[in-house]
Design a protein. Structure first.
Length: 405
């Protein structure tokens, strides 16, 4: 595979707000449909990364246009809007972009490590549908190894700064008497779970009710943290009574509407979902404070300043792992030539002229098998380290003959 066939096309928080990103968010049902459609296209390998910060499609294809068309075939947003706001990279620039994303260097909150789990899940989903081949398997593995090294060797992700923590930080700044306030958290996926634990740890409250469409998941988390949980059918009443409503669901439409909370007093609403899962019109109501992921990303503190100082060290680690991947890619690119060389030498063993010469030189009949592998191994080293032009076939034949004699 030619590295220039690797593309990434996407939109993120740098040029779009949460409402626009919501139009291009990809849920599980959309992802499944994309994978089915891709089987009838020219796209060999791909995966989609859709988070509150971004929607990106990574793939091996004839052009970026093929990837964009596939992605937008399942989004609420149209392809013209996507192309106007998107960025496209290919080859080594696309490789570097993936490494930066995996490290949290491209996150809305610098060093946000939640991206790692999201990336793993995106790749896992595509792998289960046979759209992760040798190239993307190796690339994503090395990118994740690089991210892990950055986390362990630098302080880029130190402290507790993420979207889920920023939500709690916002409450610490705006909410008084937290222990006496009723908090309802909708959604117990990864972000919901992290937010819930941060509420308990940093607000020091267990006056929290968890709601999830799959009630067992809410029950499990609630039991582990000594909290309450409720069925989704109780949502309407609990939302009316709550002082704080946090939504971390993954619905295509809002699950909390303006009319659900009208006339129910002062409330703080925090929407951690993309697309919005709290009706944006709710902020028009008196006594309502509504914040979303873009608002939360603006929270700036000493931890983020410390993280900025770690960027050069993180970049150096990425450079090391990119070089490792480049070496693998070079070797992989040479595989067809090495296979051809091995076949040529194997065929040559059947040549009557070679057999007569070998017999006259006293070469053992079984010497050829070991000699062929030795020549191929030596040739692989030369191709990797010397990068010399010329005919490797002739050199291999010469090495084989001189080695056999």
């Amino acid at each position: 595979m030619n590295i220039n066939q690797f593309y990434i096309a996407g939109i993120n928080y740098k040029k779009t707000d949460a409402s626009v990103r919501g139009d291009f968010a990809i849920g599980n049902e959309h992802y499944t449909s994309l994978l089915q459609k891709a089987s009838h296209s020219n796209i060999q390998e791909f995966f989609v990364l859709s988070t509150c910060n971004r929607t990106e499609i990574y793939g091996v294809a004839g052009s970026a246009k093929e990837l964009v068309q596939l992605l937008c075939s399942e989004t609420a947003g149209d392809i013209e809007t996507f192309q106007r706001l998107s960025y496209v990279k290919h080859g080594w620039a696309a490789v570097e972009h993936l490494f930066n994303v995996a490290a949290g260097l491209d996150s809305q909150i610098l060093g946000d490590y939640e991206i790692v789990g999201q990336l793993k899940q995106a790749v896992k989903f595509a792998r289960e549908h046979d759209f992760i081949g040798t190239f993307l398997e190796r690339l994503t593995n090395v990118a994740l190894q690089s991210s892990k090294a950055i986390k362990s060797q630098t302080h880029l992700s130190s402290g507790t700064v993420s979207v889920s923590f920023a939500a709690v930080q916002y409450l610490r700044q705006t909410l008084t008497g937290a222990k006496d306030k009723k908090i309802v958290l909708l959604g117990t996926g990864k972000i919901g779970r992290n937010t819930c634990r941060n509420l308990v740890d940093y607000l020091g409250t267990n006056n929290i009710t968890l709601i999830n469409r799959t009630e067992d998941k809410a029950a499990e988390l609630a039991t582990s943290l000594n909290l309450r949980y409720a069925g989704f059918n109780e949502k309407a009443q609990l939302v009316k009574e709550a002082d704080v409503i946090i939504v971390a669901t993954n619905a295509e439409q809002p699950v909390v509407m303006k009319e659900d909370i009208a006339g129910c007093g002062d409330k703080i609403l925090i929407d951690l979902s993309i697309p919005y899962n709290i009706d944006p019109l709710s902020k028009e109501l008196p006594g309502i404070q509504l914040v979303n992921v873009d608002d939360l990303s603006m929270i700036n503190d000493a931890t983020l300043q410390n993280r900025m100082a770690e960027v050069p060290a993180a970049k150096a680690i990425i450079a090391e792992h990119t070089a490792e991947f480049a070496e693998w890619y070079t070797m992989r690119r040479n595989v067809p030539a090495l296979k051809a060389i091995k076949q040529k030498l194997t065929d040559m063993q059947q040549c009557s002229l070679f057999l007569s010469v070998s017999a006259n030189c006293g070469v053992a009949e079984n010497a050829g098998i070991a000699s062929i592998q030795k020549v191929v191994n030596n040739m692989a080293v030369k191709m990797r380290t010397q990068h010399q032009p010329g005919c490797y076939y002739i050199e291999a034949i010469n090495d084989f003959i001189t080695g056999a004699n």
